[in-house]
Design a protein around this ligand. Structure first.
Ligand SMILES: Cc1cc2nc3c(=O)[nH]c(=O)nc-3n(C[C@H](O)[C@H](O)[C@H](O)COP(=O)(O)O)c2cc1C
Length: 182
């Protein structure tokens, strides 16, 4: 699948078939994440591949009430949890150098996760970013060590739905030229 087509046709998938995802395919999408750019190539991301049903249920229970992704996290064959090591991205010579402080790791992880989502889609798999959950509880469930934090997660599996296209703002609403023009 062409990159532009993958970008245009990816949708958040919240219902998955029970068909398992083989290890080779999981590795392919992780490989896409690995090639994402990052601050000074710091690659502060870490990924945890969860296939154990009990752990997936525990993860699902950390989602904030009403989160539409809860069933997907519980039922998808795989959940990939993205962690990061703060204190690396956004730093030069051991100091933060922008007004974004230590938050650049969010940017790096997002780029890796988008690579992963697009690669998954190009292989016929679905994903949905999950951001609304109790990250400290997830860290405890997955035994994430001190010095790392949990950023995001996504179910991964074969889609069992074809969701409606969510609308996007027009370019004219979000792009201006030469100066900020809104
Ligand atoms: C940072 C971020 C956090 C998100 N968190 C959740 C979430 O917790 N639960 C959920 O069901 N969807 C979540 N989403 C998915 C968005 O709702 C979805 O991407 C958006 O509605 C556009 O739909 P589309 O992905 O199908 O184009 C999240 C997306 C992003 C980028």
């Amino acid at each position: 699948m062409e990159v532009l087509e993958a970008i245009r046709t990816r949708r958040s998938i919240r219902r998955y078939k029970t068909i398992p995802v083989d290890d080779k395919t999981i590795e392919l999408v992780l490989e896409a994440a690995r090639w994402a750019p990052s601050w000074a190539n710091s690659q502060c991301w870490r990924f945890i591949v969860v296939r154990d049903s009990n752990i997936k249920t525990e993860l699902s229970n950390t989602l904030i009430a009403g989160n539409r992704g809860a069933d997907a996290v519980r039922n998808a064959p795989v959940v990939i949890v993205a962690c990061a090591e703060p204190g690396k991205s956004g730093y030069l010579g051991g100091k933060t150098v922008t007004d974004k402080g230590d938050y650049w790791y969010m940017f790096d992880v997002a780029l890796a996760m988008q690579n992963l989502a697009l690669a998954a889609h190009s292989l016929g798999l679905g994903t949905v970013y999950i951001g609304s959950f109790d990250a400290k509880r997830v860290a405890s469930i997955l035994e994430v060590p001190q010095g790392f934090c949990v950023v995001s997660m996504t179910p991964l599996g074969y889609p069992d739905q074809e969701p409606e296209v969510r609308p996007r703002k027009e370019l004219s609403q979000i792009v201006s030229y030469d100066k900020y023009g809104y």
